[in-house]
Design a protein around this ligand. Structure first.
Ligand code: NAD
Ligand code: MG
Length: 378
């Protein structure tokens, strides 16, 4: 195994079991091109201790497979029976048909309860692989190798797995925790810049809801992160995973505090739905949504105008949008009414009491919400 440039590890505590998140860089040098596979990857070595039994199914997609599949597959095949399932790329394929494709390979291979599924890809692959693992033979082991910033800081941690229904996103799923998460920072070298920034929206979210010192750290380090300084990105991923792990340990099933992770998401959901999924990336919508949530927090007297300006500056630094597209107020309110966080007809939102401190509240005047929404109406 090649010695990684850096290596860090933390533990997630859940009701079913504890598991590690390993944050490291597996490849040395610019890119893997032209090198012998045994020299360029230790992904396999990192995950091997967490594979019990002889059977492995790697699930990935058509974009990620040509980049990272081969060395992982080859090295695991030296020790295990390895099958592969390469899915189509895209949120529109996060559906039952793709899950069936995974089951088909598992059945064709005569794999049994001892199989370990490995998710190699972004949040879409991770959510589907996790759900297939949760349901195949009533539950088998799986490992996450998240390859986007978003999946490294958010979707791979915490055990939410699932797929979309034609009538709603993430409507079918299960809580199912992985055996380990391997965040290999070197995979971020091939991530499109827009996806990198979208993931950084969730990174900035943790600072805004949990830790104002982390916000200061980000203000200093975002340029290095955008320039793909993997050690700095690794440090940010580690901090975010620690925040999420702390929240998940307190509230695995989202009956309370876990909801604050949805900061900016109710407003963002309006943008995503109105603009059509795919036109605005999730992180972009969350960025503009966090500004709106901050503006409402300011109207309630919790944040200062300077705080709001600071939030806009840090999002801009990360090359994220801070203004939502024009959406009619009725449409926006209506879309908010469809949000899962609505209770007894009241819109409940995650707002900021101060920078680094979030609350879930319905205790605000709807006219203030309308003020915020109307700032960006045509
Ligand atoms: P994604 O999985 O669609 O990945 C974004 C794009 O980048 C895709 O085209 C993908 O093929 C490509 N890609 C991935 N890794 C790459 C790499 N290293 N190099 C080049 N291209 C790469 O999107 P995402 O943002 O990672 O995840 C979004 C999904 O995560 C959504 O479905 C969302 O619902 C889900 N999610 C789940 C949770 C959870 O708790 N389970 C939390 C947040 C989001
Ligand atoms: Mg999100």
């Amino acid at each position: 195994m090649i010695t990684p440039l850096f290596y860090d590890e933390l533990t997630v505590h859940t009701q079913s079991h504890d598991y590690p998140i390993v944050i490291t860089e597996s490849t040395i040098g610019k890119n893997s091109a032209g090198k012998d596979s045994s020299e360029i990857s230790n992904m396999a070595a990192q995950v091997t201790p967490y594979i019990h039994g002889q059977q492995v199914l790697i699930v990935t997609n058509e974009t990620v497979a040509p980049l990272y599949l081969q060395p992982l597959q080859d090295q695991l095949a030296e020790q295990f029976t390895v099958a592969v399932c390469v899915l189509a790329d895209g949120e529109q394929y996060k559906n039952q048909a793709s899950i069936n494709q995974i089951y088909d390979v598992l059945m064709a291979q005569h794999f049994n309860r001892d199989v370990t599924l490995i998710a190699l890809g972004g949040g879409v692959v991770g959510d589907m692989t996790g759900f297939a693992a949760a349901s195949f033979m009533r539950g088998v082991n799986f490992i996450q190798i998240p390859t986007t910033v978003l999946s490294q800081v958010d979707s791979s941690v915490g055990g939410k797995t699932g797929i979309n229904h034609p009538q709603g996103k993430n409507m079918i799923g299960a809580f199912w925790q992985p055996q380990m998460v391997l965040a290999d920072m070197s995979t971020l070298r091939t991530l499109p810049a827009r996806e990198l920034s979208a993931g950084l929206a969730e990174v900035i979210k943790y600072a805004l809801i949990m830790d104002v010192d982390f916000l200061t750290w980000l203000e200093q380090n975002l340029p290095a992160m955008l320039a793909l300084d993997l050690a700095i990105l690794g440090e940010a991923v580690k901090r975010c995973c620690q925040y999420k792990a702390d929240i998940v340990a307190q509230d695995e099933r989202e009956s309370g505090i876990r909801a604050i992770l949805n900061f900016g998401h109710t407003f963002g959901h309006v943008i995503e739905t109105h603009e059509g999924y795919g036109n605005w990336l999730h992180g972009e919508a969350v960025a503009a949504g966090m500004v709106q949530a901050a503006e409402l927090s300011q109207k309630l007297g919790w944040l200062s105008l300077d705080d709001v300006a600071r939030i806009k500056r840090v999002l801009t630094l990360a090359k994220l949008p801070i203004t939502p597209p024009p959406i009619a107020i009725d449409t926006a309110l209506n879309l908010m009414g469809h949000d899962k966080k609505v209770k007894q007809g009241q819109i409940r939102l995650i707002l900021l009491k101060s920078l680094g401190d979030a609350v879930l509240t319905a205790d605000f005047d709807e006219s203030l919400l309308i003020d915020v929404l109307s700032q960006h109406t045509q």
